[in-house]
Ligand binder design. Structure first.
Ligand code: NAP
Length: 315
């Protein structure tokens, strides 16, 4: 276990992603994945009020509802539950009124009195940071959320949130959730790593497996056809990323582990990264993710991966 930044939360160094729940995993399968995660020592689950509105027949909140029916088994106090506000169709943006209403809706869907880590899901250019920061602080003071996280915020807006929090005496964020993985390093490493370090933010990256590409199962556009995550995984697929996957698979074969295990272990070892977020569609996919929590890559293995995935510049 490891402590989440400046919070008092102890977490397993793999954060289970919840956007499969109610999308690519039905309720029974989601519960089986959650059971296996906890049996393997896991305690940290990531969701959002918007998950998984994009799936046919869904309206948002399905992931939280599935987590709720599983929490009803009585494991709440052992769990660290993260969810997010700003993208649910009924609760868009980060206005104070919306944050308050969305938090109440999430609490009700989750069937819990408190959210351990509540994220602003995306920077909202229409709301002054001071308004959002005050609304999150109110939730902390009311005991509805324990800690604050930021996701998909530009570096300067993270700095601004901290400046406001310090000036006003508001509770400050403890976690940052950016997209970051072996094939997409530039954005985090060049724009966000410094600000995370400056504010002691625990970094919990999403798309840790590049939507499945870093499991080694997609080697061409044809492999993506008909796959639920085909569109997202396809956005990572190019000649450069296939070279990285080749290096990853060869290293994993030598270590007799899954490529996903190596990709997540690499990520966990990067500066300020506390726990990668990754999701499993079923219990068969989970062991490769869990194994990453204890895999330590040696200097030579890191050198191979770092060289293969050397960032290219971003504008
Ligand atoms: N803050 C944000 O804006 C944001 C955005 C996106 C996601 N997230 C969070 O991050 C979590 C993870 O993101 P993600 O699920 O989109 O991407 P990901 O973790 O990069 O990819 C996970 C997907 O890879 C496949 N997979 C996992 N283990 C596998 C294995 N052992 N063998 C073969 N395939 C395997 C599964 O999809 P298939 O079986 O369908 O291939 C799984 O759902 C989400 O659940 C969510 O909690 C946050």
């Amino acid at each position: 276990m490891t402590t989440l930044g400046t919070s008092n939360l102890d977490i397993f160094p793999l954060n289970l992603g919840g956007n499969t729940f109610g999308w690519t995993s039905d309720e029974a399968t989601s519960h089986a994945v959650l059971d296996a995660f906890v049996e393997g020592g896991g305690n940290f689950v990531d969701s959002a009020d918007v998950y998984s509105v994009w799936a046919e027949g869904n309206s948002g909140g399905e992931s939280e509802a599935i987590i709720s029916s599983w929490l009803a088994k009585g494991v709440r106090e052992r769990l660290v539950v993260a969810t997010k506000v700003s993208q649910h169709p009924d609760f868009p943006g980060l206005s104070a009124q919306n944050i308050s209403a969305a938090a109440d809706a999430s609490l009700e869907r989750l069937g819990t009195d408190y959210i351990d880590l509540y994220y602003a899901h995306q920077y909202d250019e229409n709301t002054p940071i001071i308004e959002s920061a005050a609304a999150f602080d109110n939730l902390v003071r009311a005991g509805k959320i324990r800690h604050i996280g930021l996701s998909n915020f530009p570096a300067e807006k993270i700095d601004e949130w901290f400046a406001v929090a310090h000036a006003q005496g508001f509770a400050a964020p403890v976690a940052l959730q950016p997209a970051y993985n072996l094939v997409a390093r530039e954005e985090y490493e060049t724009k966000l790593a410094d600000v995370a370090a400056r504010h002691d933010l625990a970094v919990l990256p999403y798309f840790s497996l590049a939507s499945g590409l870093l499991t080694g199962k997609y080697r061409s556009a044809a492999d993506l056809e008909g796959k639920a995550r085909g569109h997202m995984a396809g956005s990572f697929l190019n000649d450069r990323s296939l070279g990285i996957v080749e290096a990853l698979v060869s290293l994993a074969d030598g270590l007799k582990v899954e490529p996903a295990t190596v990709a997540l272990a690499w990520l966990r070892g990067r500066d300020n990264i506390l726990a990668p977020i990754a999701s499993a569609r079923n219990i068969e996919q989970l062991p490769a993710l869990m194994a990453s929590a204890t895999l330590e890559l040696n200097d030579e293995e890191l050198r191979v991966l770092n060289t293969a995935s050397e960032p290219v510049s971003v504008s």
